[in-house]
Write a protein that binds this ligand. Structure first.
Ligand SMILES: Cc1ncc(COP(=O)(O)O)c(C=O)c1O
Length: 426
């Protein structure tokens, strides 16, 4: 019987490539053996050795309320007893679509899929279908899932592993993808079907949009008749009650969602105006489909989360995160290192350096900070003290509604110690 992380990971490596089902979970960029999680509760996870960690991974943002929230568990228990999937319309998908469209100005319809990858892939197909154009512009360091055309210059795991993209993606698949630097409005022309952007870049650590960037992008798209797509897979219903388009007052043509809207179950969605989405089959010529799309369990969990969290909760979380960010910078400074912990609403990044540095505006400026070697030691020292960050310097910290003041205060003590370990000469 396996009981240690090492034993479980050895077993995993025999039957699952690299021992993980998503490369960001591997410890490839920080070294060592991943902890294998058996359960989570609120802000904490527990591994197979019975060790408890304050969890800033939170399934890379899928969990907003924290793990195993009683209301989500109850909704799922009730839903599962009614059957898990039918291949027919269900009330649950209608309710979740109503909740989402009621909040986000301009979002009239959504179609559910099973992942963020699918959501973005499908939104791009709609954009190409309605414009009759081929080109898509994306930004260096933004991650939009692992579909062929969009993996190029992705952030997150691709950046952590130092890959420019992926083997197995043909030149043809990316021939219509153009990559631009984040926070600079690219030159567009009438071959461009869509500009795809993370309204807050959260896969190159955290980079906020410069003032005016999103509005200028909107104007540039309008000038050439290209569609603007906001990938809100992370920001959607996390940045605030109505997500990034509301927060920044810039309305895209198409939105992509995932993570929070599934309450921890596999889900994604893309949406826009009813006019635009009429292009989708069965009413229009753009085909898109899915056996488990709008899954009753995922929509039950997602609706429960959206119903439970009100605008005040987001404001309180953002304030808590802002205080924590200031504490992080101080705790790291106490060890003689320099930290920047940028925040946008409740989204939180963390850059470490031995020297003062300016806030990065794009992935080229992130790279020297993420790759300076400090994160690896910091990550392990924190993990040893019961605080789990993502095992990669291109990820952000996800603070859930369950991370209360006392948990965050405890984390800051661990951060000061871990920063001292990272600062020590090797
Ligand atoms: C901004 C963004 N878009 C799309 C995706 C892809 O979502 P999924 O992993 O559910 O396919 C992610 C995943 O992290 C993401 O952060």
């Amino acid at each position: 019987m396996s009981s240690s992380n090492a034993e479980w990971f050895a077993r995993a490596q025999r039957v699952i490539p690299g021992g993980v089902d998503s490369p960001v979970r591997s410890f490839a960029s920080v070294g060592g053996t991943p902890y294998t999680v058996v359960r989570g509760s609120g802000a904490y996870v527990e591994d197979v050795e019975g060790r408890r960690y304050l969890d800033f991974v939170q399934s890379y943002g899928a969990s907003l309320l924290g793990h195993a929230h009683p209301a989500v568990v109850a909704a799922l228990t009730e839903a599962v007893a009614r059957g898990t999937t039918f291949g027919a319309p269900t009330p649950g998908e209608v309710r979740l679509a109503e909740l989402m469209t009621a909040r986000v100005e301009g979002l009239e319809q959504v179609r559910f899929v099973s992942s963020g990858t699918e959501a973005v892939m499908s939104a791009v197909r709609v954009a190409r279908g309605v414009t009759g154009r081929s080109r898509v512009v994306k930004f260096d360091g933004c991650y939009h899932g692992h579909s062929d055309a969009l993996l190029v210059a992705g952030g997150s795991g691709v950046a952590q592993l130092g890959l420019p993209g992926s083997a197995g993606v043909t030149p043809g698949a990316v021939a219509d993808t153009r990559v631009a630097a984040y926070n600079r409005v690219p030159e567009l022309d009438e071959t461009v079907a869509a500009v795809l952007v993370e309204p807050v870049a959260a896969n190159m650590n955290l980079v906020a949009p410069a003032p005016g960037f999103l509005a200028d992008l909107r104007a540039a798209c309008d000038q050439v008749g290209a569609l603007l797509i906001f990938d809100e897979v992370i920001t959607g219903f996390r940045l605030g009650w109505a997500g990034a388009s509301d927060h920044f007052g810039v309305r895209p043509d198409l939105w992509c969602f995932g993570k929070v809207i599934g309450g921890g179950l596999p889900v994604g969605a893309f949406g826009g105006s009813a006019d635009l989405l009429a292009a989708l089959a069965p009413t229009g010529p753009v085909y898109q489909a899915g056996t488990l799309s709008g899954n009753p369990l995922a929509t039950a969990a997602g609706s429960t989360v959206l119903e439970l969290v009100g605008p005040d909760d987001y404001a309180a979380l953002s304030a808590r995160v802002a205080r924590f960010a200031a504490g992080l910078e101080e705790a790291v400074a106490s060890a003689g290192l320099v930290a920047r912990a940028p925040v946008v609403g409740p989204l939180l990044g963390l850059f470490l350096s031995r020297e003062p540095f300016a806030a990065p505006r794009n992935v080229a400026e992130v790279r020297p900070l993420a790759d300076n070697g400090l994160y690896r030691a910091f990550f392990h020292a924190l993990l040893a003290r019961g605080v789990a960050l993502a095992p990669g310097a291109y990820e952000i910290l996800f603070v859930s509604m369950a991370h209360d003041e006392s948990a965050l205060a405890g984390a800051l003590e661990a951060v000061a110690d871990a920063a001292a370990v990272a600062a020590a000469p090797t």
